[in-house]
Design a protein around this ligand. Structure first.
Ligand code: SAM
Ligand code: SF4
Length: 529
């Protein structure tokens, strides 16, 4: 999914000062034309920090080297550098990227820039990229091409590429060699360096590249321009140490680093005080939260317990990994209240053999046992998942195990993907006997099943009253309001615009495959927050 996020002035007041240490920028030397440069010429950008993905080495990543900084500050000379200018950030990929975009928008806003959604109007265009699958990368290269004429028209335009793709050496080399219209490339650990990088890009004739492959420290209180005033994302940790054999994330996002609980709690309290109704705690593997603390025993269950005590109506989290889903967490979630009955629990495959090849560290049976425990403690819980089809050499029988698991668990929704080889990951080195045609056929069958199960789960709501957090007008019809239930179902209904931002009761009149239609239960208006 791709979305262009732009922010308006009112949304921007959520900042903080904070942080950080200047570090050494690195720039392209212009000693020979880009077209003549080889990979070796670019290697120095990475040499102190970049290492090709290596599971064994990375597993030994140290735990104790992360520092938390609270001193982020935009240097005085850069605080008004953007006055009279506009920025546009195009975001690709997951919620983590969406949230990074909010931070980048926050920094740019503090530098005086305003947002725009029109590329012709922008003085800075940043592509916040995703590397999870090949087609995500292709889209970005397509967009880089589309932006070229703008640069010809307006040579002062700054085009930047950031996010997960920019952590990949091959991608950076390709951009540097073939896309001179890109002025700036920076990595996922370099976001706080934006003011310095933009200054460099403005005053330098060379492409500016700064990619730290060694994960950065945690920088607290970076300014943010949040995408809306009703729901907010809150990072609780960064990186991933799971090393699933198909996945590039541990390489693009670095090792697991947890934010300190007091910083998270303070951020959530602040959001509650501002009137936010829902927060989603973010991490690649949120239930590994706290494993990296060397000075205390405080894990995701403890954090959720503290969230439960905060006066904010809804708390969600994504994504959780089955391996780290412990009994304490289940016990805490079962308390309900603002901890919602929806668990997104990516399974990836229903075959224990494939799971082992994926390095998921659980079997089909262990996953089912976890589901049993969750359902026992939370009988109303909705479960959703992620599934990959066509992992190298996945047999028909192994795929059928995914189909039966899908039914056995009764997932109400699933994000389904055809396996995409990612250079540098162990699975990408495997030869694969399964044709793309077979993989597509499997995906089709799986999606049919997902649709069927979603439709069936929706039917159960007909005639029932559900609590809906009203988010705004429906995109299809501005007379209709739309919002989400506690279990994350979209509900459309007619009601006054004044209830946008409130949690109201809606009686469901019609179930569709992916959404519900309903009628507002009038008495709730103004009663719920
Ligand atoms: N950390 C989460 C987890 O482990 O479930 C998911 C993070 S990843 C951004 C989202 C999903 O992308 C994964 O759950 C997986 O299904 C899918 N994915 C990751 N690498 C993939 C690949 N190489 N090919 C296809 N799908 C992939
Ligand atoms: Fe990728 Fe998620 Fe596995 Fe981490 S846990 S390697 S992010 S799929």
């Amino acid at each position: 999914m791709e979305r262009s996020i732009t922010m308006n002035e009112e949304q921007r007041k959520e900042q903080a000062q904070i942080k950080q240490e200047p570090s050494v920028d690195r720039q392209t030397s212009q000693d020979k034309p880009l077209s003549e440069k080889t990979t070796e010429d670019f290697a120095h950008y990475f040499q102190t920090t970049y290492e090709p993905p290596d599971i064994r080495k990375a597993r030994k990543r140290g735990r104790d080297e992360i520092e938390v900084h609270y001193d982020f500050d935009i240097p005085k000379e850069m605080q008004s550098i953007g006055e009279g200018k506009k920025f546009l950030i195009r975001t690709y990929g997951c919620q983590m990227n969406e949230h990074d975009t909010e931070v980048m928008a926050g920094i740019l806003t503090e530098m005086g820039y305003e947002s725009t959604s029109d590329t012709n109007d922008a003085d800075i265009i940043l592509l916040n990229t995703c590397a999870i699958r090949e087609n995500a990368e292709n889209k970005v290269f397509g967009e880089i091409g589309h932006l070229k004429p703008l640069k010809v028209e307006n040579p002062d335009l700054i085009i930047g590429v950031c996010g997960c793709m920019s952590q990949r050496e091959t991608v950076v080399n390709r951009i540097m060699k073939k896309h001179p219209q890109v002025d700036l490339i920076f990595g996922t650990h370099n976001i706080h360096r934006i003011p310095h990088l933009i200054q460099e890009a403005m005053f330098s004739k060379a492409q500016v590249v700064e990619v730290w492959s060694k994960e950065g420290d945690i920088i607290e209180n970076l300014p943010k321009v949040r995408h809306g005033k009703i729901k907010a994302w809150v990072n609780i940790m960064y990186g991933c140490d799971k090393f699933c054999t198909y996945c590039i994330v541990p390489m693009t996002r670095g090792k697991e680093r947890s934010r300190r609980p007091e910083d998270i709690i303070q951020e959530v309290r602040h959001l509650a005080a501002q009137g936010y109704q829902e927060i989603t705690l973010l991490g690649q593997n949120v239930n590994a939260y706290g494993k990296d603390f060397v000075d205390m025993d405080y894990r995701f269950g403890d954090l959720m317990n503290d969230m439960h005590k905060i006066d904010i109506p809804r708390v969600r989290f994504t994504t959780s990994h089955p391996r780290d889903f412990d009994d304490h967490l289940i016990e805490v979630l079962a308390q309900g209240g603002n901890l919602l009955d929806h668990i997104h629990l990516p399974v990836q495959s229903g075959s224990s053999y494939v799971l082992r090849k994926m390095n998921r560290k659980y079997t089909r049976e262990e996953y089912l046992e976890l589901v049993r425990k969750i359902k026992e403690a939370m009988p109303n819980a909705t479960l959703t998942t992620d599934i990959i089809v066509g992992f190298p050499n996945e047999t028909d029988e192994q795929f059928e195990e995914t189909m039966t698991l899908m039914e056995e668990v009764g997932f109400e929704a699933a994000y389904t993907f055809i396996y995409s080889p990612r250079e540098g990951t162990p699975a990408a080195a495997k030869t694969d006997e399964i044709s793309m045609e077979v993989k597509k056929e499997r995906l089709y069958r799986l999606n049919e099943l997902v649709n069927k199960q979603s439709k069936e789960s929706m039917k159960n709501y007909e005639g029932h009253v559900v609590k809906v957090l009203v988010e705004g007008e429906s995109k299809k019809d501005d007379q209709v309001l739309a919002g989400y239930t506690e279990r994350n179902k979209v509900v459309n209904f007619v009601g006054p615009k004044s209830i946008i931002g409130q949690i109201v009761d809606v009686k469901i009149t019609e179930a569709k495959t992916w959404s519900l239609n309903g009628e507002l239960v009038e008495k709730t208006v103004g009663v719920n927050r």
